[in-house]
Design a protein around this ligand. Structure first.
Ligand code: UDP
Length: 251
């Protein structure tokens, strides 16, 4: 374990070289950051919960015919994934106005959008992931027009599937972020879903009370952060049976 090569350490995950060529181990940390890493903290047990939640979602998306990097969960905090070249364009899908959209455009948080909005952001920590247009991504060489079209189409399919999955568990999918990568298999190149889908990357509100069950509890100091992540895992049916509330990290 200790001798394996660390490839990259991000805000919420560490990537290690995988056991086979073309594979990577994705390790989920408990670290949480917000506002472009100006706010930092630890959410006890988050790594183990996000590992399970993301495994559950990626597995279902695979069943739905969405190509993803997910291969298998290895243990409490790690999963084996396909190595990809990450496209430096994040896709944000919005069903309900919240967060930066509400702030930027003065739209009250919670306003249901008459149609789903897909946004692109340039993946750059120093720049704070700025909102960009398709033109920027193409002109600056971050993604091709065809890749952006595929990313948009896949994101909308993912949104339809996830919205239903979460409603079935008593949650509204307000918005979320996706990352895609180029997977090279010999001569073939395929665009596949990468990274993670979890309460770190989605806004999820309780269907009846609108209680926030995601990272906004951390961003906005609402308390009950660990409990919210556990609740999402419980509702999805992936909360490890032996994980006690006070010891989620041992899940
Ligand atoms: N998001 C994310 N990573 C980012 C930016 C956004 O996972 O670097 C997610 C965020 O959790 C939310 C959605 O994308 O579910 C939309 O985020 P928004 O643009 O409103 O930014 P925020 O208000 O989180 O800064």
């Amino acid at each position: 374990m200790s001798r394996r090569k660390k490839l990259y350490e991000g805000k919420a995950k560490i990537l290690y070289e995988g056991p086979e060529p073309g594979t990577i181990i994705q390790y989920f940390k408990d670290d949480a950051t917000a506002f472009n890493a100006q706010k930092k903290g630890i959410i006890a047990g988050k790594g183990a919960l996000n590992n399970r939640i993301s495994e559950h979602i990626f597995t279902h998306l695979g069943w739905m015919g969405i190509p993803t990097h997910f291969l298998k969960r290895l243990n409490m905090r790690e999963q084996l994934v396909k190595k990809v070249e990450i496209i430096p364009v994040e896709v944000i899908v919005r069903n309900v106005a919240a967060g930066s959209m509400s702030k930027r455009l003065g739209i009250e948080e919670g306003t249901v959008l008459s149609r789903t909005i897909v946004e692109f952001c340039y993946k750059s920590d120093p720049l704070g992931d700025p909102l960009i247009s398709e033109e920027h991504a193409i002109t600056l060489g971050w993604a091709s027009q065809d890749e952006l079209a595929q990313m948009t189409e896949m994101s909308l399919r993912i949104n339809d599937f996830l919205s239903g999955l979460f409603v079935g568990c008593g949650m509204r999918l307000i918005d979320f972020k996706l990352e895609f990568g180029r997977w090279f298999d010999g001569e073939e190149e395929q665009l596949i879903l990468a990274d993670e889908i979890s309460p770190d990357t989605c806004r999820l509100w309780d269907l009846e009370t609108n209680e926030k069950l995601d990272k906004d509890r951390f961003r906005r100091d609402l308390g009950g952060v660990e409990e919210a992540y556990r609740e999402v895992a419980r509702r999805l049916g992936v909360l490890p049976k032996d994980s006690a509330p006070k010891d989620a990290s041992a899940a």
